[in-house]
Ligand binder design. Structure first.
Ligand code: SF4
Length: 415
């Protein structure tokens, strides 16, 4: 089946007049990727925009220049798209002309855009001498922290097949050998958050995620204890018991989730299911299948609602990976049905099922595979938003301010 017999951006904006152009554009910027002109690369290296020297994610490519923070559309929609060279066959271009950035497609100027400004804490160091821009990274209004920089699914070649996370850090690990520091010290995290919060009005959420470490007397115990130490350190910066935060982590037992809730100020938990279909889950997420399978991941999310409350438990899926060959779905309807079934199942149990756009990065097992057409993503986010609305759920912890990586939570603003 040829999936890419598709309508383009303009045709879809006309066909789906109830979906803002910025949301459709964002989906396509993430789907097709972006490229910078030389002028854009130079301008985003200036002190106002300059990104961190190191990130956990660059599609497995060594960066010549740090990427700036996420792209910003004129309505405040943020777009997580990295201008990694030689990754995309048909990217949009971000150009810089007469003091302004523009998104262009095949020479046609589409709109003015901007980038997230460099936060004040970049360039500073902790009392232990660690650069703060290696501890936390900034989205427009969110701090991202990765306290453990390795995923042990890779040890047995059981990494998720779409995953390009840590691929550059993995190279650093190989280069540094025994000196590679996987664990970020909680005191460095405490001081970095303290410094970041000095920037008035900048942050409304702190997000934690990391590679998976299933070690411990009860599997994942070590990782849970590490997150508790980190969250307690971050919590010392707040006067309130809970602070706006999300942990994207593996599925844990109810006891482990309860420890995270009771011993820290964490406000939201997100074990990612990645792909709903049973057979695709086994194939695409073989690490998650081994530790301890799809039913365990689903149960963990549902159990967590009893602890964090309805609407404070999330699970992300990688939209489009359902079409990865050779085991893929063969029609758009089949993929939509599967994801709407998942969204309904989670929503009626109080869990928010959120989409991310799949990029077949060259460093992944699915490199170069064909993505579904843009219309699939537009229909998908419309359906997801309708289902969640029906069950009285809103993606408050993952909306355009807190995350900005989900077309469906962007669309939800209209509710
Ligand atoms: S759990 Fe999967 S997606 Fe997350 S870092 Fe490990 S391999 Fe990548």
């Amino acid at each position: 089946m040829k999936l890419n017999n598709e309508l383009g951006l303009d045709a879809l904006v006309e066909k789906y007049s109830d979906v803002p152009k910025s949301v459709i554009l964002k989906l396509d910027l993430q789907r097709r990727g972006i490229a910078f002109t030389d002028a854009t690369t130079e301008e985003t290296y200036t002190p106002y925009y300059r990104g961190p020297a190191q990130t956990a994610f660059s599609g497995g490519t060594k960066l010549e220049r740090p990427f700036p923070g996420p792209l910003l559309l004129r309505d405040g929609t943020s777009v997580l798209a990295s201008p990694v060279k030689n990754q995309f066959s048909d990217p949009y271009t971000i150009d810089f002309v007469d003091g302004k950035f523009y998104v262009t497609d095949k020479g046609k100027r589409l709109d003015e855009v901007d980038f997230t400004p460099r936060p004040d804490f970049y360039g500073k160091v902790t009392s232990r001498g660690v650069p703060m821009e290696s501890i936390a990274w900034s989205r427009p209004q969110r701090l991202d922290i990765i306290p453990y920089r390795y995923c042990h699914y890779w040890d047995t070649k059981d990494q998720c097949k779409f995953c390009a996370f840590f691929t550059d850090l993995k190279q650093q690990k190989q280069a540094a050998g025994d000196n590679y520091e996987k664990i970020i010290h909680p005191e460095d995290i405490y001081e970095t958050v303290q410094e970041a919060l000095k920037e008035p009005g900048r942050y409304s959420q702190i997000n934690l995620t990391a590679g998976t470490d299933y070690s411990g007397e009860v599997p994942f115990d070590k990782e849970v204890t590490r997150y508790i130490e980190v969250l307690q350190a971050i919590g010392r910066n707040f006067r309130t018991r809970r602070f706006p935060s999300q942990l994207i982590a593996p599925a844990y037992t109810k006891q482990q989730v309860k420890r995270l809730h009771d011993e820290t100020g964490l406000s939201s938990y997100c074990p990612d299911i990645e792909v709903w279909d049973k057979e695709l889950f086994k194939w695409i997420c073989s690490g998650k299948e081994k530790w301890f399978g799809r039913d365990y991941w689903i149960k963990s999310a549902l159990d967590a609602v009893e602890i964090f409350g309805k609407g404070n438990v999330y699970t992300n899926f990688v939209a489009g990976v359902e079409f990865a060959k050779p085991q893929s779905f063969t029609s758009i309807e089949q993929a939509l049905d599967s994801n709407f079934e998942a969204c309904e199942y989670f929503a009626k149990n109080g869990v928010v099922y959120l989409s991310l756009v799949w990029t077949p990065w060259k460093s992944t097992a699915l490199a170069g595979q064909e993505q579904p057409p843009l219309e699939y993503y537009v229909r998908l986010i419309k359906g997801l938003v309708e289902i969640r609305k029906h069950y009285g759920l809103a993606s408050d912890n993952d909306d355009f301010k807190h995350c900005g990586n989900h077309g469906d939570s962007d669309l939800e603003r209209l509710n």
